[in-house]
Ligand binder design. Sequence first.
Ligand SMILES: C[S@@+](CC[C@H](N)C(=O)[O-])C[C@H]1O[C@@H](n2cnc3c(N)ncnc32)[C@H](O)[C@@H]1O
Length: 305
Amino acid sequence: MGFHHIPVLVTETVEWLSVRPGGVYVDGTVGEGGHSAAILAASGPDGAILGIDRDPRSVDAARLRLADYGARAQIVHGNYAEMSDLARQAGIERVDGILLDLGFSSRQVDAVGYGFSFQRDEPLDMRYDTVGSTAADFVNHADERDVADVIYRYGEERRSRAVARAIVAARPITTTGGLASVIARALGGRRGSRHPATRTFQALRIAVNEELMHLQAGLDAALAVLKPGGRLVVISYHSLEDRLVKSWMDREAARCICPPELPVCACDHEPSVRFVRRRVVRPSAAETDNNPRSRSARLRAVERI
Ligand SMILES: C[S@@+](CC[C@H](N)C(=O)[O-])C[C@H]1O[C@@H](n2cnc3c(N)ncnc32)[C@H](O)[C@@H]1O
C-alpha cells in the first residue's frame, strides 16, 4: 500500500519533541503514521508510541504502516481529548512527549467517502469518525442564525449571513457539489485563487467534529500525561487553531494571569509548562515547494514543568 499523506515538519517535530532512545510518546493524531514512524526510528531500539486517531480508516492505515515495529507501536481508535484514559488503558502512565498534528490528512481529503472537499461531488458528510451527525444534518436542520454563526466563527466568512440565507433557501442539500454551488451563487465567483466555498467548508468541518472543543480538552489532557521535562508539540494549519494553541501555551507558561489593571498579583498561578522556543516554527521553502499543503503549518512546542 502506498501512503498518500506527506507528513509536515517531520525533522522539526523529532527535534522539538527531543526524541531519545527508549522514550515513550503519544501521537494524538496518528493519521497514516508518518510522524510516528519518524519518532519510532529516532527512539529505537526500544522506544514506544501510542498512536490515536478518531478515524477508524486512519487507524487501519497507521497499523499497516507501523506493523514492523511490533509491540513498540500501539495504535488505537479514539479522541486525543481522552488521551489520559487511552494511555492508562494501554498500560502507560506518563510519557516523554506528545504530538498533535491537527486537522485532516491528504488521504482524507482525496479519498472517497469523507465529503471534506468540494472538488468532488459526494455525500455531504465531513466526519472523521463514522458516528455522530454529518454536515448534511447540520445544514438541513439548524436554524439560519446558527448556520450563519458557525460560518462566521469557524470560517471567518464576512458574508456568513448571505451564505446561511442561501443554504436555508436551497434545502435539502445532500452533496458537497450541491453545497459548493449554492455558496458560489450566493457569493459570486472566485476570490483570488480560492473557491468561494473554502471558508464555509472549513467552518462546517470544524463544527461537525467539534474540533476546537477537542483541541482545548486535548491540550489540558496533555498536561496530565506528560512527565516533568516531557515535551508537547502542536502543528496547526489555520489561524483559529493556532490562536487557541498560542493562548493556551501563553497562559500555562505564565507566572501571573491576573487582569492587567490589577496593581499586584492576586492569582497565585503556577506555570505548568515552559517554552522551549518562543517563536513559531515554519516549514522551509524546500518543504513548501515539495508539499504545498505544508505552507500554512505552524509548529509550537512547550516543556512540562
Ligand atoms: C494531519 S492528519 C495527521 C497526519 C499524521 N501526522 C501522519 O504523518 O500521517 C490529522 C489526523 O488527526 C485525526 N484527528 C482529528 N481530530 C482528532 C481528534 N480529536 N482525536 C484524534 N484524532 C483526530 C484525523 O482523523 C487525521 O487522521
